[in-house]
Structure formats: C-alpha cells, structure tokens
Design a protein around this ligand. Sequence first.
Ligand SMILES: C[S@@+](CC[C@H](N)C(=O)[O-])C[C@H]1O[C@@H](n2cnc3c(N)ncnc32)[C@H](O)[C@@H]1O
Length: 247
Amino acid sequence: MNREQISRIAHAEHPVKSPLDDDSVRRLLERGLPKGTERVLDLGCGQGEWLLRALATRPDVHAEGVDLSEDALAQADAAARELGVRDRLVLHHQKAEEFVSAEPFDVVLSFGAAHAFGGLLPTLAAAREHLAPGGRVLVGDGFWERPPSPEAVEMLGDFTDLADTVDRVVADGWIPVDGHVSTRRELDDYEWACWGSLAAWALDHPDDPDSAEVLETAHARRTEWLRGYRDSWGFVSLVLRRTPGAD
Ligand SMILES: C[S@@+](CC[C@H](N)C(=O)[O-])C[C@H]1O[C@@H](n2cnc3c(N)ncnc32)[C@H](O)[C@@H]1O
C-alpha cells in the first residue's frame, strides 16, 4: 500500500489533517474570512477540507487549492461536487512552492504543510507572494511545548517553543490578530483517529494482502507518538496580517 492510500485510511475519521477540532477550524475561518466574499488560496490543501468548509458556508467565496497528492485532490473534487461548490473551487496538482497566480488572494491558508517550503518563515514568504494588500494568512505549524528528545526532532523536524515561534513571525513583518494553540484533547484526538482508523481498517479487512502491513504501521506510528513526541510537540494556528510598512 502506498503512502497516499495509508494517509486516506488514517484520515477517514479526521478529514482535517491537522490537530484541530471542528469548532477551532470554524473559528479560525471566521477570523480569517470576515467578509464572506474573499478569494482564498490553500497551499498544501490536502483533500480541501478547509476550503470546502469555507465554500459551503459562504456562497460568495471563491477558492483555489494546491497539492502534490492526486488522490487527495480527487477527494476534494468529489466532495466539492457533492456540496454543490465545485464551480467556485479550482484545484492545482503541483508543488505549492512553484504555484503562481495572475490574481492575488485575500486569504492564504497553509496548515501542516510548512515542511514543503522548508519551515514556517519560508511558508509565510510564499504566502506573501500571493497576498492582496490588506489580506490575511492563516497558518498552522508545530512547536515544542517541552524540550524534545533527539528522536522527536528526528521524526518531526526542528521547531522552536511557542513564544519564539510567534516572535520570529512578528520579526518577519506579521501581526497575529488571532491564534489557537491545539489543546491536549485536539492533539490526542488527532493521533488516536489516525492510528485507530488504520488499525480498524486492518481488522476489518483480514483477507486483504495489505492487512498485516497496515496493522504494523498503526502500531509503529502510535508507539512513535506515545514514546517519541506526545510530551513535547504542540501545534499553533495563527491568523496574520502584514505589519504596516513591512514591505
Ligand atoms: C498534513 S497534510 C495537511 C492538509 C491540509 N492542509 C489540512 O490541514 O487538512 C499536508 C499536505 O501537504 C501536501 N504537500 C506536501 N508537500 C507538498 C508540496 N511540495 N506541494 C504541495 N503540497 C504538498 C501533502 O500532499 C498533504 O496533502
């Protein structure tokens, strides 16, 4: 089974591929899209869950999503048709760091995809390229809640603590106008949903040739989380506006 198939099963019960619950996503979208008429871009949109929620509740929003995963984009396409919002959604199958658009966007989103750009600040630099004057960026990335083990850094990459993360964003010319730190419950729910869905799939498909491998992956990833990074890793979401005069 390839990575995309594993990811699809793992996120069956948690379509937002970040440790945020439905209320947090709704509140962040409300702060990011206050008018309801915005042009929105999602860099690393996955199956388009953020855009679909924005489009379904705001009939005048138009959105574009960029992702490398053909499978995730096919899911976004199908879900958008089902919701009746496909005519307001454009999907781009390409590297987010290579995406160009003739028109700027009022809102740029990027959650859980900072690794594609080489970190949070390069992600913000890419978002800025697409942002209309006065626009907002909604970004979500990891931070260290407590000092990590070398294994945790090896698994997840290097981050800073929350205060340093926000200081670096501010020093880069952004002002947080809202934010959210994922709760213990959101972090745990996300991991249980991912590795639990994989384990349940394996148990429900005992005759599938991939069943044993999927169960092993579920065990391995759950152990990596519990022993490797549960105590040190956190996730912060920020709603950002550009500092006046920063450009
Ligand atoms: C953790 S998922 C987050 C998906 C979505 N933002 C969400 O919160 O539900 C990261 C996504 O980034 C995509 N991705 C990784 N590298 C990428 C790249 N270079 N360009 C575009 N998308 C990329 C993956 O395919 C995946 O869909």
